[in-house]
Design a protein around this ligand. Structure first.
Ligand code: NAP
Length: 300
């Protein structure tokens, strides 16, 4: 199936980036968009994030071949219900939510009979809103599709091709497995960052100005992640609850083992772990998923 028009619901970082990427890399595809925030709609129109910004979701999806929901995972059901009555029968509905099991259930419940292929582009920044989007966000990043059992192969192929056009690499995964993988690669790291930054800000015997002044010791890299959108991340933890709790259990056990090693002066355990983890960093760089220059290529 050819996509001639894509409708984007939610014009923040992800929605805005999709709109800009389509216009840059596939200008033959028309783009329309809607956001529940009037301020976001005005900014999206000003930045030209999509060809046309509408004042209702119903108008935005009219005539669309592909509709992508780019709202927080806790708002997916409501966003899907808003288009249920006007969705063109042939349209593919997808999303970009960071957790997949709950979103798949919400979309299936809100859009019975529709062709729903959930997806998650593993690409983002700590910024949010209509000012944050940029056209190259998905280049060389993975986009994980989680088609439901029995999904139409042609629809999966069409969606995969759409994401490849935006520069992404495609992986197909079971939603449950997706949620477990992303719990450890994304959700737990965010929880750790929120925790360490919160702990530092609550300390009484270290001043706030000291925390900021000496942040180059490692702390500032956590603050980037901990500056991520609070609504988005609240929803991720509420909606990927079981996978996050499972991985958090594993993490807590490993942390306790390190605590024991430090207390008992077991340098061998510490050295063995710290050597193993360096290999992961090398693998990420070899895969082209990060900058190999020291300190992420920051200028000093
Ligand atoms: P964002 O920048 O905050 O944009 C979301 C936009 O959707 C906001 O303007 C929001 O308006 C609007 N919205 C909320 N409910 C809506 C509704 N029912 N109908 C229409 N618009 C609605 O968020 P984002 O970073 O683009 O994230 C969007 C989705 O992408 C989330 O599901 C997230 O899990 C996923 N994701 C994010 C990243 C990342 O790094 N940020 C990466 C991959 C996937 P209000 O602000 O007024 O609520």
């Amino acid at each position: 199936m050819n996509i001639e028009k894509v409708a984007i619901i939610g014009l923040g970082l992800l929605g805005g980036s999709i709109g800009l990427a389509v216009q840059a890399r596939a200008p033959h595809i028309a783009t329309s968009g809607y956001d529940s925030s009037p301020a976001a709609r005005a900014k999206a129109a000003e930045r030209g994030l999509v060809g046309r910004v509408y004042d209702s979701a119903e108008e935005a999806v009219r005539g669309a071949d592909l509709v992508i929901l780019c709202v927080p995972v806790g708002a997916m059901r409501e966003a899907a219900m808003a288009i249920a009555d006007v969705l063109p029968p042939h349209a593919i509905v997808s999303d970009v939510g960071s957790s997949k099991q709950s979103v798949a259930e919400d979309l299936a419940a809100a859009l019975p009979g529709a062709t729903v292929i959930p997806a998650h582009p593993v690409a983002g920044t700590e910024q949010s809103g209509p000012e944050a989007g940029f056209a190259t966000l998905f280049e060389n990043r993975w986009c994980i599709l989680t088609p439901p059992a029995g999904a139409e192969q042609a629809a999966v192929d069409t969606l995969a091709e759409f994401w490849r056009t935006l520069g992404a690499r495609i992986e197909i995964m079971d939603p449950q497995h997706h949620d477990l993988v992303l719990a450890v690669t994304s959700h737990i790291p965010h929880l750790i960052a929120y925790t360490i930054v919160g702990t530092a800000s609550d300390l009484e015997d270290v001043t706030r100005s000291e925390v900021i002044k000496y942040s180059a010791g490692g702390f500032r890299d956590f603050t980037r992640i901990a500056a991520s959108d609070p609504v988005m991340w609240r929803d991720v933890f509420l909606h990927n609850k079981s996978a996050v709790l499972e991985m958090l259990g594993r993490f807590t056990e490993d942390l306790t083992a390190l605590q024991r090693a430090i207390r008992s002066g077991d340098g061998e355990t510490l050295h063995e772990l710290f050597s193993r983890t360096r290999a992961i960093r090398r693998g990420i760089i070899e895969e082209g998923q990060d900058d190999e220059r020291p300190d992420f290529g920051r200028e000093h």
